[in-house]
Design a protein around this ligand. Structure first.
Ligand code: HEM
Length: 144
C-alpha cells in the first residue's frame, strides 16, 4: 500500500511534468508498443486522444490518493467501464513498466530511485482493485 511519502513523491513527479505532456504520452505509448505491440492498439488509435485519456486517469488517481474510499470507488467504476476495452492479466504490469520507463526517459535524473519506487508502488496499488472490478463485471450476465 502507498504510504504518505510515496504519495508525496508521485505528486511531486507529476507536478514536475505539468499537464498533458505530449512527450510523455508519446514515450509511454512507444514503451507499451515495444513490450506488447497489440496492447497499444487497444488504446485510442489517435495518439493525442489516447494520451489525454491517460492523463485524465492519472490526474484522477493522484487526486483520490488521500481517501482510500474515493480511490477504490474510482477504480471500481474505471475497471467496470473497461470491460468493453478489456485488459488481460499481465497488461497492468506491462503498463506499469512502460510508465516508469517513459518517466525515466522524460525526466532523466529527476526520476530519482525513490520516485521510481513510489510509482511502481502506485501501479501495484491500483492494479488489484482495477482487475477485480473488471473481472467481476466480465463474469456477470451478458446485457440484452
Ligand atoms: C490495458 C489497459 C487499458 C486499456 C486497453 C485502456 C483503454 C482505454 C480506452 C480505449 C479508453 C477510451 C478513450 C477514448 O476513446 O478517448 C479509455 C478510457 C479511460 N481509461 Fe483506460 N485503458 C486501460 C487502462 C486504464 C487504467 C490502468 C486506468 C486508470 C488507472 C484507465 C483509466 C481510464 C479512464 C479514466 C478513461 C476515461 C478517460 C476520459 O475521461 O475520457 N485505463 N481506456
Amino acid at each position: 500500500m502507498l504510504n504518505p511519502s510515496h504519495i508525496r513523491l508521485v505528486r511531486d513527479t507529476w507536478a514536475a511534468i505539468g499537464s498533458e505532456d505530449d512527450v510523455l504520452c508519446f514515450l509511454f505509448l512507444e514503451e507499451v508498443s515495444r513490450r506488447e505491440p497489440m496492447l497499444r492498439w487497444r488504446f485510442h488509435p489517435d495518439q493525442g486522444l489516447a494520451g489525454a485519456a491517460v492523463f485524465r486517469a492519472m490526474d484522477e488517481v493522484l487526486r483520490a490518493l488521500d481517501s482510500e474510499s474515493e480511490l477504490l470507488a474510482f477504480l471500481e467504476k474505471t475497471g467496470q467501464a473497461h470491460a468493453y476495452h478489456g485488459f488481460w492479466r499481465g497488461d497492468l504490469t506491462t503498463l506499469a513498466q512502460a510508465w516508469v520507463a517513459a518517466l525515466q526517459t522524460r525526466l532523466g535524473p529527476e526520476l530519482t530511485k525513490a520516485r521510481q519506487v513510489a510509482w511502481t508502488q502506485l501501479w501495484q496499488t491500483v492494479s488489484g482493485p482495477l482487475e477485480k472490478a473488471l473481472f467481476a463485471k466480465a463474469r456477470g450476465p451478458v446485457p440484452v
